[in-house]
Design a protein around this ligand. Structure first.
Ligand code: NFK
Length: 326
């Protein structure tokens, strides 16, 4: 079955899928190739918890810092050894289909990145059923603004999200910061195995605790916003890296590719990368490994963040961002 191809809005390829196939396309654990679904989910959670314990035990940190008045408005901040506040910040938004996961098991990249001089912020937001999509989007915006206000000398804020977290991070491309009183110094977006059009999941089991209407799905779809009323990049030089794993489902591939293509046509400095031989979960848990090939090779953005920041590319070559049309 082929769900690829950049169809227009009306002829969206997912509309041709039966309910069962749609459900499968949007169940990432059904596409893993090494471990079974359950074991993969268990391992993902274990690696995330271990990485978080290690980060909290070995790195200087401030945990559960409130970025707002809500009980769930909390971030963890992990610092590099260098005594400065002028670090680059990587703000990570965890995934879990907006209904599971937490910052307390999501500090995957903290040790490798803080060792390279990058401060890492792991964001908590109110997952469903407590939180709605609109609230989660607002929480991520407020947490980013909080980082900017608290560290005005930052050397750039890099927003990184995984899966549903990539969706929340991508919504920040469309955020009007005026009401927040400050525009964060956003210098890059790293969108990993994300969903950018929520309409296909309205009729899947993912939506059971979310209660999204079609209108709500569109309101919270960066793909829809970019197509319907193209938002001009606030900073056209800000790179957006759209990354998908080789063993993500065809629908996840389609979503990433179409979002990347739309970003390009709307003037964003977007880049697309399919990471070889990793699934939806390995793509993130590999980030715990400082010497993992994924942390060294040219397309991988994390070391690049540090390299761009320091003006040196060290062992990493600079990314060639594709410009304009395609
Ligand atoms: N129930 C899903 C789990 C899932 O989608 C997921 C799990 C952890 C982190 C991210 C995920 N997906 C999107 O946010 C599955 O079985 O694949």
């Amino acid at each position: 079955m082929d769900v690829s191809g950049a169809g227009g809005w009306d002829e969206a390829p997912w509309k041709k899928l039966c309910a069962e196939e749609l459900e499968k396309q949007y169940t990432p654990s059904k596409w893993t190739v090494r471990l079974g679904a359950e074991e993969t989910l268990k391992t993902f959670s274990q690696i995330g918890s271990q990485a978080t314990s290690k980060a909290r035990a070995t790195r200087r940190s401030q945990l559960h810092v409130p970025y707002g008045d809500g009980k769930g408005d909390k971030i963890d901040i992990y610092f590099p050894d260098v005594a400065s506040e002028a670090w680059p910040f990587l703000v990570f938004v965890h995934g879990g289909y907006w209904q599971y996961g937490s910052k307390d098991e999501s500090a995957f990249m903290v040790n490798p990145l803080t060792a390279q001089g990058v401060a890492v912020v792991v964001v908590a937001y109110d997952i469903a059923p407590k939180g709605t999509l609109d609230q989660m989007v607002d929480q991520v915006a407020r947490s980013t603004v909080f980082v900017q206000k608290r560290y005005p000398c930052n050397e750039g804020i890099y927003l990184c999200g995984h899966s549903a977290g990539a969706h929340l991070a991508a919504m920040m491309l469309l955020t009007n910061w005026t009401k927040h009183g400050v525009t964060p110094n956003l210098r890059g977006f790293l969108l990993i195995s994300g969903i950018y059009d929520l309409e296909p999941i309205v009729s899947t089991s993912v939506n059971a605790p979310l209660h999204m209407t079609l209108e709500g799905a569109r309101r919270n779809s960066p793909q829809w916003h970019l197509e319907a009323a193209p938002v001009k990049p606030a900073d056209p030089a800000c790179p957006v890296l759209v990354i998908v794993g080789q063993h993500d489902s065809p629908e996840f591939h389609r979503q990433s590719r179409e979002f990347y293509q739309t970003l390009c046509t709307r003037g964003w400095k977007a880049s697309f990368e399919e990471l070889h031989d990793v699934d939806h979960f390995e793509i993130i848990w590999n980030l715990t490994q400082e010497d993992d090939v994924l942390n060294q090779v040219e397309p991988w953005p994390f070391p690049l963040v540090a390299a761009i920041h320091s003006g040196q590319h060290g062992p990493f070559s600079p990314i060639e961002f594709e410009e304009g049309s395609f």
